[in-house]
Design a protein around this ligand. Structure first.
Ligand code: DC
Length: 238
């Protein structure tokens, strides 16, 4: 199992999915689970800052996420919400919702069940989030903590937004990224931080394929699965 933590805009999702593909492993995006609960909160008209109401709602909803790295997908009470959980409203409300201890307790328990199931069925899994190496799976044999400069992270988020058809001034994107990372890093329960034994990889100056080469090396040093299979036509081919 590979635990991959770090703030937004570090390339975490792209890297985690591609690494899972190369390792023929499953993939779990834990952030999407917090996003599904946040969407349920917003749809119910609950104030994301009302921790008691958020906790009560979280106990009554069904969160499902796919574990295939090609098209993971997410569902709320059986309905596909893969696109809706990427909206600006969810981006804005997800930090307070994910800071509610009961929400974390419920989702961490579900994440551990999913990890056990995928490990039993597929043999490996790459799990991305903020607290995977510290809380969800502290025994993971490989822990990665991705970082990147604030400028690079804001630029990547801006590029993602424009692909999704949203346009915002660069300074607004930077402010939103800074705000969410500040909230995620300063919350009382399971704040974003690197595990002591995590390998830190700064992706500011690296292309995705270069990050993958470094991670594949680390994975094979730990004897993980069959090692990394290079896809045909990859720039990273040695
Ligand atoms: O990775 P992401 O941007 O989709 O995550 C959305 C939010 O969920 C993020 O602001 C912090 C929270 N999160 C968390 O608290 N713990 C995790 N393991 C994953 C995400």
């Amino acid at each position: 199992m590979v635990a991959m933590d770090g703030p937004s805009g570090t390339g975490k999702t792209t890297v985690a999915r591609k690494l899972a593909e190369r390792l023929s492993a499953g993939y779990l995006d834990t952030g999407s689970m917090y996003r599904v609960v946040t969407l349920a909160v917003l749809r119910a008209g609950i104030d994301p800052a009302d921790a008691a109401a958020v906790a009560a709602l979280a106990r009554g909803v069904t969160v499902e996420v796919g574990t295939g790295p090609d098209r993971p997908g997410a569902a709320l009470d059986g309905a596909d919400v893969s696109a809706a959980i990427r909206g600006d409203d969810v981006n804005h409300a997800v930090s307070p919702v994910s800071a509610v201890p009961e929400v974390r307790e419920l989702l961490v328990a579900q994440q551990r069940r999913i990890i056990d199931q995928v490990l039993a069925e597929v043999g490996g899994i790459v799990v991305e989030g903020r607290d995977i190496g510290t809380v969800v799976a502290p025994d993971a044999p490989l822990k990665i903590f991705l970082t990147a400069s604030a400028e690079v992270r804001a630029a990547r988020r801006g590029a993602q937004d424009s692909t999704a058809g949203r346009t915002a001034a660069p300074e607004d994107v930077r402010a939103a990224v800074d705000r969410r990372d500040r909230l995620d890093s300063s919350r009382a329960v399971s704040p974003l931080r690197a595990a002591e034994d995590a390998v830190r990889v700064d992706t500011s100056e690296l292309k995705i394929d270069q990050v993958l080469v470094a991670l594949c090396e680390l994975a094979s040093q730990r004897g993980m699965l069959s090692g990394c299979v290079q896809p045909v036509g990859s720039e990273a081919r040695p």
